[in-house]
Design a protein around this ligand. Structure first.
Ligand SMILES: [Zn+2]
Length: 254
């Protein structure tokens, strides 16, 4: 995590690039699913995501996905105190997915391709040295990317997750997949709205948050909201899958 404001390049150039890159290097998902899927993911992965978040999911027999930056693990971030190596290994041992969020929380909308590639290599190497399996999926810090770096990611990961809201169904780009944030005061309502969409369209919804705690940061959600959303997913017969498992089900269309 860096000291910059927690958002993508706000310039006009940045906005235009974000529109154009979504049309390039696409990996369209295969046909729609028979039943809706939902994934619960945690970006940066604060300690509370590894403790409270995991506990809530495990109580329902479910597992989550932790998008981690090895370079910031164990540090204090503005999304909360981040989980360290032990937290990450503990999650993996309990069947959760440990996934890639760059090494240094690098903004792929601003970094050049060489810097982006080096950063990915470093995250993978560090995680592997820690005993973490090679990540299969990725989440873009700030949701942003340049076209050439997107192509690198599309070749390395089965799915790269962005931050624009939506559900995943046939034709949706798995190299820049939509996700819905459970953050802030309207996080729960937004998640429920998109769960409705996923049920109606027999689609896959990826939810993300950061910390799960009684007094969350503006990027996290409360324990009770998280509990209600997981219970709602179970009640509505969603299958709760890790992001890697969801990507496997939505095989890239030929
Ligand atoms: Zn992040």
């Amino acid at each position: 995590m860096d000291a910059e404001p927690y958002h993508a390049d706000p310039s006009l150039k940045g906005k235009l690039r974000r529109r154009l890159v979504r049309l390039q290097h696409r990996r369209p998902a295969g046909p729609r699913l028979g039943a809706p899927l939902v994934s619960f993911s945690f970006d940066d992965a604060p300690v509370s995501a590894f403790t409270t978040g995991a506990r809530v999911l495990e109580r329902h027999g479910a597992r989550g996905t932790y998008f981690v930056c090895a370079g910031t693990a164990g540090q204090a971030g503005f999304v909360g105190q981040l989980g360290d190596r032990a937290d990450i290994l503990h999650a993996q041992a309990n069947g959760h997915e440990v996934a890639c969020h760059t090494y240094s929380h690098l903004d792929f909308g601003r970094a050049d391709t060489a810097a982006a590639t080096n950063d990915l290599d470093r995250n993978t190497a560090t995680l592997e040295a820690w005993g973490v399996a090679r990540p299969k999926t990725f989440a873009y810090p700030y949701g942003d990317v340049r076209p050439r770096a997107k192509r690198v990611l599309a070749d390395r990961f089965t799915l790269a997750r962005a931050l624009h809201p939506g559900v995943i169904e046939g034709g949706v780009d798995l190299a820049q997949a939509p996700a819905v944030g459970v953050e802030g005061e309207d996080g729960e309502a937004r998640a429920l709205h998109w769960m409705d969409q996923a049920v109606r369209r027999k689609a896959w919804l990826i939810l993300f948050t950061h910390g799960v705690e009684d007094e969350p940061t503006r990027y996290g959600c409360t324990t009770s909201v998280f509990e209600r959303l997981v219970a709602e997913a179970v009640a509505r017969d969603f299958e709760i899958v890790t992001v890697a498992e969801g990507a496997r089900r939505m095989k890239v269309a030929a």
